[in-house]
Design a protein around this ligand. Structure first.
Ligand code: FAD
Ligand code: NDP
Length: 426
């Protein structure tokens, strides 16, 4: 059994949705494109899963957050794919790939051939077992990567109102889930080994603001240690966690957010890898000219950094996807991808954005007792990064431009005094 398509996308996440829209803008014909996804639903905006989806009142639900609403573009419902003659093969995993023969074998036993392949398989959550802890299969241990995870989390949350949750990890998932748990009236302890939350991006001063804010909402931070094991009852449910420092915490719910790994196994030994991802050039093309990689799996040249990186954030997924499609369909008019790294988060009433790189010297600006403040990073005499909490659209446009232009910064003290004004005025 088999079918042939001109274009095939493996993975039906954020990048796949944005790629599909771009294909139609570039003149895709009916029957040319197929998307194979092991999720049972059409591509959706994954960030909604840790935000609107978890709200107790008027939660976000599909079809409301199918791509590409996150970038204020069309909402691609299953009907949209039908209307554009795009084959959506859902609930189906690609089990193996042969890039020399240009074939994919699915779990349904179908062989699919392509002329151009876009790999958009995203990431998976790191499991507790990978850090030596048993319990992933317990009914009240939750991860948050896909719709099934989010649905399980909502069900478990509903059963433990006013109960206790332990959030393992102080990164993106930890911070966003802890906020959602509080909103759902669940007591939260966050446990992570680092000295402060979001330690790969935040400065200690920025982290301290968010930790204080979370504490004011009742969150208990347990830093500098980690969970050593989970405590099970006779029915296999988790009732608590043992910490490496000897403490034991009660738990009705555990959320695990200890990092992600790119889903690249299908291509090991077939494509060139770099920094844990599939190495691509500035057209998102891999070491095999018929194969492109986008989103979380792609290690692409970031001119701004002067080297290649994988970026596990939604803006990169959207932009790499669009760019790869443009490079495939209209190569002559597609210059090399030029990406300004951009990350964001929204929790409680807070909302921050970060552009660029957090290297070199850093100064803070604004009033950390108020709602608008941030930090600026200088490296080699230039502005290279900006973090801003509570900004407006005009601020974000200004800081993105100042960072992209790597505006010259002669004096760090003056940068500190000017603060956000520096970005607005250059
Ligand atoms: P994904 O969106 O993960 O999609 C990959 C798809 O491929 C999935 O559908 C998967 O099931 C499928 N797949 C994998 N292997 C196979 C296979 N062999 N066969 C078939 N299908 C397969 N970033 C931000 O910048 N801001 C945010 O606020 C934000 N919030 C997030 C919240 C959550 C809960 C999560 C999990 C991530 C969040 N991110 C956020 C990160 C962002 O969502 C990802 O960087 C983005 O989704 C990556 O897009 P992608 O298409 O590469 O992968
Ligand atoms: P992150 O990499 O953001 O954070 C992982 C966290 O786990 C870090 O705080 C890390 O600490 C901690 N950690 C590592 N080992 C242990 C351990 N043994 N015990 C306890 N904590 C540990 O990953 P997440 O899981 O939070 O996020 C998964 C993916 O989802 C990422 O790709 C992320 O980009 C994406 N995401 C993005 C969002 C956004 O951009 N707004 C929102 C939600 C998800 P340390 O740093 O000290 O090593």
């Amino acid at each position: 059994m088999g079918r042939a398509f001109r274009y095939v996308i493996i993975g039906g996440g954020v990048a796949a949705g944005y790629a599909a829209l771009e294909f139609t803008k570039k003149g895709l014909s009916h029957g040319e494109l197929c998307i194979i996804s092991d999720e049972p639903v059409a591509p959706y905006e994954r960030p909604a899963l840790s935000k609107g989806f978890l709200l107790p009142e008027a939660p976000a639900r599909l079809p409301g957050f199918h791509t590409c609403v996150g970038a204020n573009e069309e909402r691609l419902t299953p009907n949209w794919y039908k209307k554009h003659g795009i084959e959506l093969i859902l609930g189906t995993r690609v089990e193996s790939a042969n890039v020399r023969r240009k074939t994919l074998l699915t779990t349904m036993g179908e062989t699919i051939t392509y002329e151009f392949l876009i790999i958009a398989t995203g990431s998976r959550a790191v499991k507790l077992e990978e850090i030596g802890i048993n319990g992933s299969e317990a009914e009240n241990v939750c991860y948050l990567r896909d719709l099934a995870d989010a649905t399980k989390l909502v069900n478990v949350m509903q059963k433990c109102r006013n109960g206790n949750a332990i959030v393992i990890g102080g990164g993106y998932i930890g911070m966003e889930c802890a906020a959602s748990l509080v909103i759902n009236k669940i007591n939260v302890s966050m446990v992570f080994p680092g000295p402060y939350c979001m330690s790969r991006l935040f400065t200690p001063k920025i982290a301290s603001y968010y930790e204080d804010f979370y504490k004011s909402k009742g969150v208990n931070f347990i830093k500098g240690t980690s969970v050593s094991s989970l405590v099970f009852n006779s029915e296999g449910k988790i009732t608590g966690a043992n910490l490496k420092d000897g403490r034991q915490l009660p738990a009705d719910l555990i959320i695990v957010g200890i990092g992600a790994r790119p889903n690249t196994n299908l291509f090991t030994g077939q494509l060139t890898f770099e920094k844990g991802g599939i190495k691509v050039n500035s057209q998102l093309q891999s070491s095999n000219p018929s194969v492109y990689a986008v989103g979380d799996v792609a290690s692409f040249p970031v001119k701004f950094y002067g080297d290649s990186r994988r970026v596990e954030h939604v803006d990169a997924a959207r932009r790499t996807a669009r760019h790869a499609v443009s490079a495939i369909m209209d190569p002559k008019n597609t210059p090399g991808f030029d990406y300004l790294p951009f990350f964001y988060s929204r929790v409680f009433s807070l909302s921050w954005r970060f552009y660029g790189d957090n290297v070199g010297e850093v100064v803070h600006f604004g009033d950390f007792n108020e709602t608008k403040f941030g930090a600026l990073w200088r490296s080699n005499g230039c502005l290279v990064g900006c973090f801003l909490e509570g900004g407006g659209d005009d601020d974000y446009v200004a800081i993105a431009k100042a960072v992209r232009d790597k505006a010259a910064v002669a004096d760090l003290g003056e940068l500190e005094t000017a603060g956000l004004g520096f970005a607005v005025e250059v």
